[in-house]
Ligand binder design. Structure first.
Ligand SMILES: [Zn+2]
Ligand SMILES: [Zn+2]
Length: 379
């Protein structure tokens, strides 16, 4: 049966049919962690198997009594607690995903440390891979065809509404609804969360899709098909670390073959920048960090030079490597005022300083205004 025919067969099944077909075999997730900076949480199989679907009067296929485990954040003084939540229900245009893997990103840590204010209780986690479990009966059939039940997907942390001013111009990263509802309120775009505690029904807010749970609801606009050849765990970071790095290197930095590049902070996003810079044909690729271990790994990701900013003056070293002029492009992937300044000072006249590290709320960076203006430094 062709791939298309399989999809048609899936679509023609009644929603009350038994469990979805098994996903295609995948390589082991324990080997080849090529971007190991984002530890990955792989949930165990749920206690409540929701293969036993049924039509409710609302048209949903998941029993309201089904529960799942999720890691709930309440306040920075307390560790995450594994709690029982209701299995979330997708609204039209949204997809219910059985989470297979979820990365831990630094911006999750900012929320957990109280450095980025966010609604609580909440579930963080915004780098997911998983298997499609369900759609709302009123979802556009094109969405159901694209992501049939049983298909495997990767989710992006920015979940564009697809119809606001910025989305309509192709600037998904500026989506008004994403920032107004998800980042400001912890909800999806009807102003409601999809997560509720099992039993009490207390609402639990969602940082992006709230991926650190056995199931999550994701707007279809934020999903892409995950090819069967890619493993769940290693692919989870495609939804933030790799996606952010690719956007920065392609659209903000506009890296060209032969460019010299410095990446300050080589965690998940920074090491992805190194790989993309190498793929784009950059010449000198300088990794800057304070961890020798990360710098050693950076060489595997494409760094041609490494600088430990504790042991050496990073700007001086970058200038020395580049014949005294600085790099064409410097990327700040840490989110600290000091590295913000280093980033701007590392670029040559006419160069670009690209900022992608999220800082503590309210953090302010300094810039040498005259150099910025006179030497045409772009930020
Ligand atoms: Zn992230
Ligand atoms: Zn939008």
């Amino acid at each position: 049966m062709s791939r298309l025919a399989k999809k048609v067969a899936l679509l023609s099944r009644s929603y009350s049919a038994a469990a979805a077909p098994p996903p295609p075999p995948r390589p082991s997730s324990s080997s080849g962690r090529w971007l190991s900076h984002h530890p990955v949480v792989e949930p165990a199989r749920p206690d409540a198997e929701i293969g036993r679907r049924r039509y409710s009067s609302a048209g949903y296929h998941v029993s309201p009594s089904s529960s799942m485990k999720g890691a709930v954040f309440r306040d920075p003084a307390r560790p995450l607690s594994l709690e029982l939540l209701q299995i979330p229900r997708p609204e039209p245009g949204e997809v219910l995903i059985r989470t297979k893997a979820c990365g831990v990103c630094h911006s999750d840590l900012h929320v957990l440390k109280g450095e980025l204010p966010f609604a609580s209780p909440c579930v963080v986690g915004h780098e997911i891979t998983g298997e499609v479990v369900d759609h709302h009966p009123l979802s556009d059939p094109k969405i159901v065809r694209r992501f049939p039940v049983g298909s495997t997907v990767v989710g992006a942390f920015i979940m564009p509404c697809g119809s606001c001013f910025h989305c309509s111009k192709g600037h998904d990263d500026l989506c008004e609804d994403f920032f107004a509802y998800n980042r400001a309120q912890g909800t999806l775009y009807d102003g409601k969360t999809r997560l509720f505690l099992h039993g009490s029904g207390e609402p639990v807010y969602m940082y992006s899709m709230g991926g650190m749970a056995e199931y999550c609801v994701v707007p279809a606009n934020a999903l892409a098909v995950l090819p069967g050849s890619l493993p769940y765990s290693e692919s989870a970071i495609l939804g933030c670390a790799v996606f952010t790095a690719y956007g920065a290197m392609t659209h903000a930095a506009e890296v060209r073959a032969g460019d010299s590049i410095a990446v300050i902070g080589v965690g998940g996003v920074g090491s992805s920048c190194l790989q993309i810079a190498k793929a784009f044909g950059a010449s000198d690729i300088i990794a800057v960090d304070v961890s020798d271990e990360k710098l050693e790994k950076a060489k595997n990701f494409g760094a041609t030079h490494t600088v430990n900013a504790i042991k050496e003056d990073a700007i001086e070293k970058i200038k020395t490597i580049t014949g005294g002029v600085g790099v064409d492009i410097a990327v700040e992937a840490l989110g600290k005022p000091q590295t913000f300044l280093q980033c701007v000072q590392s670029v040559k006249d006419g160069g670009k300083a690209v900022m992608i590290g999220l800082a503590k709320s309210g953090a302010v960076g300094e810039v040498d205004i005259n150099r910025l203006v006179r030497r045409k430094v772009n930020i």
